[in-house]
Design a protein around this ligand. Sequence first.
Ligand code: G3P
Length: 216
Amino acid sequence: MKIFLDTANISEIKKALDLGILDGVTTNPTLISKEASHSTFNEIVSEILKTVPGPVSLEVTSLDHKGMVDEAMQLARLGDNVVIKVPITAEGLKAMKMLKEQGIKTNATLIFTSNQGLLAAKAGASYVSPFVGRLDDISEYGMKIVDDLKTIFRNYNFSTEIIVASIRHPMHVYEASLIGADIVTMPYSVLEKIITHPKTDEGIYKFLEDWKKVKH
Ligand code: G3P
């Protein structure tokens, strides 16, 4: 399973890269806005793109397919690792198809049903991003869509990869990995949580205490 960070914060990205387990980054307008007090959009994304060796999703904000494609073409010029995040709407589907024809990778975002994911795959999206946390928020079982999409893509031999998004806690990562999701994109806070365990810390402390009793 590939691990992406869901952030536009460069220091979080650098810390995750240092761990040696980071495969890519996803952003959205909300995440970019959190970093925008001292930098422009172009400054923020240029630094991310040159820092991350893997795919970086950047989201379009136009609502019509022509506007989405125009924005995507400009964003794609910023780096070879740009993936265009396109919301799953009728206009978004048209844009995904057109961008596929131009050789530009897309990530269909704001996926809340497996049918939306199926359509995005048919339109040629390289990735689909089901938002599991936001479904859990409204008392639906978000991870069910990940499981369903896995089956659907296998049924029809789609090469579209599933990015489990809107990750809120370690159990989301655990469940996604059991299902066999291709990618999980998580906030840095969740990455920190899945590294640690109190019994690991306790064990290290005990080993070091006992090691002091050994003559060298
Ligand atoms: O980047 C898309 C997604 O991961 C957003 O997550 O926590 O805002 O629902 P969240």
